[in-house]
Design a protein around this ligand. Structure first.
Ligand SMILES: Nc1ncnc2c1ncn2[C@@H]1O[C@H](COP(=O)(O)OP(=O)(O)OP(=O)(O)O)[C@@H](O)[C@H]1O
Ligand SMILES: [Mg+2]
Length: 479
């Protein structure tokens, strides 16, 4: 069963249960009060008749005694007086019955026949009154009876009242309740349906969006229609989809980078291998010629060297990506001096000056990788520079809590369109030139990985034929 159907059913059943119970309670309560009033009224009126008969009899009995009349005329008195009293009431509603001790009728204005035991007549001859409600001919009657003593005779005075109206009223209320319940139930069902349908529309939209996303459309978003819990859920859902979309894009990028990496690598391997195989075959199949022999071996050697360099760089790259070496405190100035020392012979050979200005500092770093990064950047600068150029290696603090390392050259520079691709593995602006310098296009990719490992940032600014500046921003400096 769907959620809206459950909510609808629960609300509907709950309302029905409460409404029916409250209505029944009200009708029954009303009925009991009306019945009680009728009983009290019956008891009062019966008492009035009883008192009237008793007083009148006392008066008549005294008169008889004064007049010296000795005849027993109690029955005649009761018949005449009761007739009189019965006349005071609506004869359709109230009747009087008087029986003697043997339950013989003395007076009776009740004209309906009924059978069965008359519990109320089993009363002691006292003023104690008993009442009973009896159904006769589809009508309900209240019988109120007590004993009536006139001289030495005992009689039973019954007051009979038609109280069917109380029952008719109750039935009328029940039938009104049934009609009202049908109308209210219908209005409630329609109202509830519309209300729940309206309130759950956000959930339905959210479900549809989730389905669309599950089918692979990550651009789909849920509409935030309200600020309630469902609205918050829709907002959180959209945030989750944003995160999933970013992740999917990232995974796609990684997959495509990996694919490109493999394609470039295959290509990079193929070129030197083709040369090596070609020259080896030439040596194998041709007659010995010193020049051919020397040239061929030279090519095989230099292509082999290129392959070796490529293999080492790839190993470095994989090592940084997979191993994530631990960082330790290291003196930047000292490390840069060691790098300068190592590069001195090549700098002298190329007649390039390295101007170094490193503010002393302790950084969290991996020494070998830090050196590898600086060497790669200086190697690039040297490859881009001409004889007599100068390369600057600077290290300094800024106001922010960072340490900046800069490698700047006055070389050929990089065009603006190539800058965004410069960190891609195997990317070389001039492949022929780079290959001739034993470049594999991996140096900057390795630098980017090393910077990432050090939680830093690498930026490159360059102008064609003017030079290039590479900045590495190290965070959280510690001294
Ligand atoms: N300072 C620079 N000046 C001019 N061009 C540069 C500079 N640094 C890098 N480049 C260009 O960017 C390309 C990529 O550099 P990267 O260091 O990744 O590879 P590489 O130097 O060609 O080979 P490798 O570093 O793997 O030996 C280089 O081929 C070069 O064209
Ligand atoms: Mg390089």
């Amino acid at each position: 069963m769907k959620l809206w159907q459950k909510v609808f059913l629960c609300a509907f059943l709950l309302f029905e249960a409460v409404f029916v119970a409250a209505s029944i309670y009200l009708i029954e309560h009303n009925f009991n009060r009306n019945l009680q009033k009728e009983v009290e009224r019956g008891l009062t009126e019966q008492f009035i008749i009883y008192s009237g008969l008793q007083n009148n009899w006392t008066y008549i009995d005294n008169l008889n005694q004064k007049l010296g009349l000795t005849r027993d005329n109690t029955r005649l008195f009761l018949q005449t007086a009761s007739q009189e009293y019965a006349g005071y009431f609506d004869k359709n509603l109230v009747s009087i019955e008087i029986l003697d001790e043997n339950n013989n009728i003395v007076f009776n204005s009740f004209n309906r026949k009924f059978y069965g035991k008359r519990e109320e007549l089993r009363i002691p001859l006292s003023i104690d009154r008993k009442y009973i409600i009896r159904d006769i001919d589809n009508k309900s009657y209240l019988f109120v009876t007590n004993g009536l003593k006139l001289k030495e005779h005992a009689f039973k005075l019954s007051y009979i009242r038609d109280i069917s109206d109380v029952y008719t009223e109750k039935s009328a209320q029940y039938s009104l309740f049934v009609k009202m319940n049908i109308v209210i139930t219908l209005i409630l069902a329609i109202g509830l349906y519309v209300m729940i349908w309206y309130l759950t529309r956000s959930i339905r939209r959210l479900t549809r969006s989730a389905q669309t996303i599950a089918e692979g459309d990550y651009t789909q978003r849920a509409d935030v229609l309200s600020e309630d819990e469902v609205g918050i859920l829709a907002r959180n859902f959209n945030q989750m989809v944003d995160a999933v979309e970013d992740k999917v894009e990232e995974l796609g990028r990684i997959a495509s980078n990996k694919q490109n990496f493999i394609e470039y690598l295959t290509h990079e391997l193929k070129t030197p291998l083709t040369s090596i195989i070609g020259y080896a075959d030439l040596l194998r199949t041709s007659r010995y010629d010193e020049e051919i022999f020397f040239n061929s071996l030279n090519y095989i050697y230099s292509e082999g060297k290129r392959l070796e360099a490529l293999a080492f760089k790839l190993m470095d790259l994989l090592f940084i990506e997979n191993e994530k070496p631990a960082l330790k405190k290291g003196n930047v100035q000292q490390l840069c001096s060691e790098i300068e020392e190592a590069l001195k012979p090549r700098l002298m050979q190329l007649n390039i000056e390295l101007a170094m200005d490193i503010e002393p500092h302790i950084l969290l770093l991996e020494k070998d990788l830090f050196k590898m990064m600086c060497t790669n950047l200086l190697d690039n600068a040297m490859k881009a520079s001409k004889e007599g150029n100068r390369i600057y290696l600077k290290g300094y603090h800024t106001g922010e809590d960072v340490y900046i390392l800069e490698v700047e050259d006055e070389g050929i520079g990089i065009s603006q369109k190539d800058i965004p691709r410069i960190f891609e593995p195997f990317f070389m602006v001039n492949k022929v030139k780079s290959r001739s310098q034993h470049g594999a296009g991996l140096g900057l990719a390795i630098c980017a990985q090393i910077v990432k490992l050090h939680m830093g940032r690498i930026e490159i600014a360059s102008k064609l034929n003017q030079g290039t500046k590479v900045r590495i921003i190290f965070p959280a400096v510690c001294n």
